[in-house]
Write a protein that binds this ligand. Sequence first.
Ligand SMILES: Nc1nc2c(c(=O)[nH]1)N[C@H]1C(S)=C(S)[C@@H](COP(=O)(O)OP(=O)(O)OC[C@H]3O[C@@H](n4cnc5c(N)ncnc54)[C@H](O)[C@@H]3O)O[C@H]1N2
Ligand code: MOO
Length: 401
Amino acid sequence: MLDFDTAQAQLAAAGGHPSITEKCSLSQARGRVLAQTLFATLDLPPADNSAMDGYAIRHADYAAGKSLPVQQRCYAGAKPQDLLPGSTIRLFTGSLLPKGADTVVMQEDADESNDELLIQHVPKLGSHIRHRGEDIRAGEQLFAKGSLLGAAQIAMLASQGYAEVSVYPALKVGILTTGDELVNPGQPRSDEHIYNSNGTMLAALVENMGARAIHVLHALDTEASLQSALATLLQDCDLVLTVGGVSVGEKDLVKPAIEQFGGSLDLWRVCMKPGKPVALAHAANKPIVCLPGNPVSAFAVFTLLVSPLLRSMQGRTRIMPPLGYGKLSTQKEFKDSREEFLRVNAQANIEGHTHLKPYPQQGSGIISSLSWASGLARIPANTSIKDGDIVPYYDFQHWLA
Ligand SMILES: Nc1nc2c(c(=O)[nH]1)N[C@H]1C(S)=C(S)[C@@H](COP(=O)(O)OP(=O)(O)OC[C@H]3O[C@@H](n4cnc5c(N)ncnc54)[C@H](O)[C@@H]3O)O[C@H]1N2
Ligand code: MOO
């Protein structure tokens, strides 16, 4: 059985990088990956402007008790006049700073009446001005090729006037659930059936990462059914995820189906709990990851082993999210011959320590543990871990992004 870290590295390197690029409007760019490094086209802000609703003055014109005539009311979006000596110009947040002005007085610190301004407090030279280029300078690098575009990146690109960007095509993922015991939600169910939860779960995980789950197919436990579904997925998708039928049971036919399809098995079985029967194969030059059927195993394997591969195939440069650490908070002692990944809920206390509380039931069919947990705590193999021990923590917020 392969050790977990080797398997993770092997899966992360199992897919190709995108080779073609496409244009995408900025409004559609959330979750897409930049295919070119982008630079600032202009200084940000592009001109000195007011940070407050107030008045522009020349600091040297201030004298206690002396009123300044209001020369102009200059709204954001309007052009200011040059500030006359001994005058003030009424400004609003975002109004351009008039030429000749060097200070903005907040309106709360002054009284205006009959077009005259009386300043109540000694103003600080240069206050409340946002200077041209203080945020970003024209020519500076904004985001490197391979960056994931989220709201923060999109805000910066919009502020720089980018209406469209060059991105990699969205990765096309195909999902294949297997098993005669499964019926789709909404269908009639008999006692021997359970609802198929892995199909929609995996599609949601894929879509949350900015890839597209373009097929979610189901195959019965027969070679013909599996092969027909695999043919469609290998034709249409960049990456195939199968789930179930990958262990040692008599109806665990996924691996033979891939082999009959001309595929080669790269690895099978990893020393991890849950997730042991996971397999990696290639067919038609495309990676196929076979996830174990237990819902918790499929979720954990997707988080730890599939997500880095998916990020790499999307063209992202950061494929391994940061690892956290926390103190296990438990009555129980853990020790197993496999690396164990517990569903835990992380809570930070006032001293800044993260406490990781395991869900009471850790079975790989316990679907309720998934929505409860904030991530996975790693219990190293063959090591006794008890309350208060510090362990690595895989936060879903990072690992499923
Ligand atoms: N004799 C052994 N038995 C098992 C071993 C083993 O090493 N020796 N490994 C166990 C482990 S660990 C796991 S994990 C499971 C994985 O088996 P498979 O990947 O072949 O999955 P299935 O047998 O098809 O299903 C397992 C379980 O999950 C349910 N399932 C499957 N698909 C779905 C779905 N789409 N939605 C909801 N639930 C699903 C299925 O009904 C089973 O209960 O094997 C152990 N056995
Ligand atoms: O190792 Mo399996 O993935 O627990 O249930």
